[in-house]
Design a binder for this molecule. Sequence first.
Ligand code: ADP
Ligand code: MG
Length: 459
Amino acid sequence: MSQSAHALWATALGALQLEVTRHNFETWLKHTVGLSFEDGRLTVGVPSSFVAENLEKRMAPLIAKTVKGIANGEIEIVYQVHQSQHADQDPVAAPAPISADGPRPRRTSRSPATGSQLSPRYTFETFVVGKSNRFAHAAAMAVADSPGTRFNPLVIHAGVGLGKTHLLHAIGHAAQAKGLHFLYASAEQFTNDFITALRENTLEVFRTKYRSIDLLLLDDIQFIAGKEHSRESFFHTFNDLHTASKQIVITTDTRPKLLPLLEERFTSRLEGGLRADIQPPDLETRVAILQKKAEAAQIKLSPEVIEFLAQRIVRNVRDLEGALNRILAMGGLANRPIDLDLAQQAVADLPTSPAQNRRSSPSQLLDAVCYYFDLPMDDLTGKSRKKGIALARQIAAYLLREDTPHSLADIGAFLGGRGHTTALRAHDKIAYHLALDSNLRRQVDEIRNLVDSDQHRTA
Ligand code: ADP
Ligand code: MG
């Protein structure tokens, strides 16, 4: 299989996933793979001729447009039935060559996964730990180490693409290694399973299945929140497992309305549990993730390119992977070296984050901090070590480092002629506490909002 075909199609899939419904994606696109790319023709492996026909019939224009956009030119796409392929591979996210796992059966059943359906690449070893996820990672390790004894349930809470599913699978792998009986299911699978059981009158089987396990790993619980029947069923399952001291791990995203609905029902149970948040990765972690993934995909990236990408992509890890895939595809296609130019092109159409808009203006940022804490600028940049002032200064250092491209030396200078190490220490202190302190997170968010609204005013 050619690397560039693989990478090109993986990138196209990433883009297509945003364009089509989840159902269409799962049905028609998910189990496809780029096989070869030669003379302007991309061959895509599909699981059956039925899928090939449907892709031609339903999605040809969209697919053509997407691939053209990535490859920067007209590309002919042909489909080829390719049985033993597994779609859960992409060059950046899946460092191992495909043959390393051996051919895996295509997934046919929608029932919850036991070991075999865990993604082999989502393990503790491949998870990069940084300030933003250290706490969640430690909690996941603790749970994997001694399930059902501490932190039960463990609720992992984070925005999209920040590693919830990755950690959940990692716990599954660890449980599997111990020979424990576990179930991994997305809330959607759980719901489907439940509905099927209702329809086919097999609720007993459903109950036994979900209640005879040591660990229940339930992904994206927010999908259950709106569905009353499944919610009830989930709470019963949850209570039974919890009473029997079986470990439950739940992930949920940050949609604010849903969480209280769930937490209301959980309250008494949540007391023995733990909620671990994952924040968007900070700069240092973004650099570490890029390095690790580039190394795994055997792409050589200069420190300059890594720094550029880490500054440019701030939202989540999925975006970082997407950018690397794109770079790999573009570099391979055009046979170009991966330089800053290519990297810039690869991320050109990613949405700019609020942080990017703020990039050029440390003074706006400092003004916002002063305004927020009701401090004169002289205090912020002055010598006082009073608690309130010191905190404001540390937050300023944090935001300057995260949201502007300035060096630590510059940041120290902005903060009243302080040194590089002082700036770094201040930044790190906030970064560390952000993972633990929701009040601090709120403050930082509010200051960022101030900066944003300031920009709208002056824009
Ligand atoms: P979520 O479930 O929170 O939406 P995922 O777990 O699917 O996010 O993560 C998105 C992608 O980013 C996955 O490919 C995952 O392996 C990768 N990823 C997330 N966090 C990390 C991390 N800390 N180290 C390495 N890869 C990560
Ligand atoms: Mg997920």
